[in-house]
Design a protein around this ligand. Sequence first.
Ligand SMILES: Cc1cc2nc3c(=O)[nH]c(=O)nc-3n(C[C@H](O)[C@H](O)[C@H](O)COP(=O)(O)OP(=O)(O)OC[C@H]3O[C@@H](n4cnc5c(N)ncnc54)[C@H](O)[C@@H]3O)c2cc1C
Length: 450
Amino acid sequence: MNLVTVIGAGPAGCEAALQLARRGVAVRLVEMRPGTMTPAHRTGDVAELVCSNSLKSDEPANAHGLLKAELREYGCFLLDCAERARVPGGKALVVDRERFSAEVASALAEAGITVERGEVRELPDGIVVLAAGPLISDALADSLARALGAERLFFFDAIAPVVSAESVDRAVAFPGSRYGAGADYLNCPLSEAEYRRFVDELVRAETAPVRDFEPARLFEGCLPVEELARRGPETLAYGPLKPVGLRSPAYAVVQLRQENAGGTMFNLVGFQTRLRHGEQRRVFRLIPGLARAEFLRYGAMHRNSYLDAPRVLGPTLAARARPGLFVAGQLTGVEGYVESIGAGLVAGVNAARLGRGQEPRAWPEETMLGGLLRYVATGPGDTRFQPMNANFGLLPPALCAGKQDDTVFSPTPGPGLPRQKPRARTKKHQRRELMVERALAAAREWAARQ
Ligand SMILES: Cc1cc2nc3c(=O)[nH]c(=O)nc-3n(C[C@H](O)[C@H](O)[C@H](O)COP(=O)(O)OP(=O)(O)OC[C@H]3O[C@@H](n4cnc5c(N)ncnc54)[C@H](O)[C@@H]3O)c2cc1C
């Protein structure tokens, strides 16, 4: 079998390289650090975690935990390394980042993979896994754009939060588009008093610190909502929250736009933000209809390059215009360390399949990994496609019998002991449980067929 070139020794590239080696494929793994650094990396280590050392929840009932459970079924190398580098972190998988990189370096060495150092400026011929990350070097980004026939890579400086559809209070939020053009949006109406309170809290809320590499100058066309609010008390009411064209007496309206084909996720239109996650929950829940909003993705601001994946990638992560080119990691439009590792695993497995003359395969869509990659390949095209992390809105809905709210009581305690408080087990919980069971069963079956 031919050699496969993997570009980038971040979490995605390392996982891809290890999956290739496991399948007997010779790997050339190229990393530009430490000779050429990115604005965020600090070392020349492989699989450097650029920011937090948390790989998020490890509980399968949580979307991030489910993704990990699936990846373990597929024999993910980097999660094994993370386990060996684990430090106490409650329900999350938290690692000592240096130990984690050292474990990945050992795994690569054990697999006979040496890391070649140097910047790749042109996409090489042959089968390639491109895992150069959101801080891909400019020369390689240009070469990629030419190869894919894409006009450019997307550079977004801000992303808006996404909430689950089922957490929006439909007794308050009403459907409708401006000027009667359909009912594609959900609209959260604010009275004048509600608007003033919201703006007051928004301008006072705490923002996340700006890292060195981020542009000090904010782009006018993509201003964070809190920056707009600081320009004047009426700026939002005449901007993204203007109530016009909606046949509503509200003073201001927050619009929610459907985020995925299944209608399970909605984003807050015009709400790109730098607020800390806790502040997003606190302040955005002041919006009528969002009091119980479940945040599937938080708004964020940082430099972030990624492909217009729905246009250029298939669900196998092969480029539509060049089937021997697989893209992995955050560059595909997935967001997060474990999501990037998952995309690396898929790209590595599929690159090996192609090398053996087999068809690359799409992952089952009822799994978290499959749902994520399906979103990447089929999500909203053009400039509306934004990075996505693991969440239950990506999975097909699970139907379950029963009443709206089936309350399950804890077992009756012994005589003389107080009866325990009933533990509410709602239909939503049951649906989640079904989704988790279904995803894990599909992942096991998939792994058994590998
Ligand atoms: C500043 C920042 C902070 C983040 N914080 C978090 C966080 O806290 N938690 C989280 O879950 N996710 C976070 N992310 C998102 C994401 O999880 C990480 O970016 C993750 O590292 C992506 O993995 P990757 O392997 O795709 O890319 P990377 O880890 O960036 O790896 C890509 C590698 O390719 C190399 N490379 C680039 N161009 C070339 C070239 N031309 N030739 C050779 N090598 C090249 C780079 O040096 C790098 O080592 C953050 C992203 C950024 C940008």
